[in-house]
Design a protein around this ligand. Structure first.
Ligand SMILES: [Zn+2]
Length: 117
């Protein structure tokens, strides 16, 4: 999610400069001098659906039941997918791909990258 900025910082109003200062050398501490927040800063467990698609092991995908494939296709159609604990998307994906699967390992890597901004 790095670089995907969408909400103006409420402390510096998007100027990226600390309130009361006039120089870029005094960056806003709330947004880190960026002027806005990224998806990952606001919702650290949200990933792009294309990342989930790339995380799929094709052999594991092919082995899914038709019902699981249909559920997976709905998840991929979301665009952004929230993989926070307890979400339907995460529960479904974790049920489809066990902890020893290549897809689960790839999804955990994807999630860790999102959480690290
Ligand atoms: Zn700011």
């Amino acid at each position: 999610m790095r670089g995907f900025f969408f909400r103006k910082c409420d402390r510096c109003s998007g100027t990226s400069i600390a309130p009361g200062h006039e120089s870029p050398e005094d960056p806003c501490t709330q947004c880190g001098g960026v002027g806005s927040y990224s998806v990952s800063q606001l919702e650290p467990d949200i990933v792009f659906a294309c990342g989930i698609s790339d995380a799929l092991d094709i052999g594991e995908y092919n082995a899914l039941s038709d019902g699981n494939k249909a559920a997976l296709h709905i998840i991929l159609s979301l665009g952004f997918v929230n993989l926070a604990e307890g979400t339907n998307s995460k529960l479904a994906l974790w049920a489809m791909f066990d902890e020893n699967s290549t897809t689960r390992v790839n999804l955990l890597t994807l999630l860790a990258e999102a959480q690290n901004g």
